[in-house]
Structures are given as structure tokens and as C-alpha cells.
Design a protein around this ligand. Sequence first.
Ligand code: FES
Length: 109
Amino acid sequence: MTEALWTKIATLADIPDDEGLEVQIGQVELALFRVGEKVYCVENSCPHRGASLAEGRVQEGEVICPWHGWRFSLENGACSSLPSSEPVACFQARIENEDVLVQIPHQKQ
Ligand code: FES
């Protein structure tokens, strides 16, 4: 059984505006992005060939993969460059005071 827990993984000041921050939580590697007053979290692995999306640029609500330029929505992970491709996994993220919390599924024992 899985349940999702909100976990603090960074502070707002850790994330440069319109850039990514790589964060490792257990076995999961995440890419955090800050766009204005919102934060987004996706799996840090491009579905195409596995590039680090945290190293990508952010433009118009999408992260641009640093290797081949595919664009992924930070809202839902959909790929606008090749809509038939697999989306990148997204995680709910929110700001609480100056902390960034992400909802990460945990395996319940
Ligand atoms: S590895 Fe991301 S577009 Fe190719």
C-alpha cells in the first residue's frame, strides 16, 4: 500500500528563479523549479534518454531538456515537443513559509 507524505526538501532560497535544483530523496531523484511564486517538482530524468531535467531551462511553464530540447509541462509532465511520448512524472509541491514541501509516495509496510 502506498501513501503520500508531504516532505520538506528545500527552502525557497535554494531554488534560483526559472532554473532547476536537483534533490535526492531516498531512491528518487527530483528536479525542483521555481516560477514566480510557484514551485514545481518532476522526476529528474528525461523520458527520452534520461538527461537531468534540473539542468534544463524553464520557459513559459515548461522545462526544456538540456540534451535534445524536448519540452515538458511543469504542471502535468506532458511533452509538447512530441505529444505521443511518455510524460515526465510530476509530484505535488507547495510552499509553506519559506520551505518547499513535496508530496512523495512512500511504500507503507
Ligand atoms: S534526453 Fe531529453 S530530449 Fe533527449
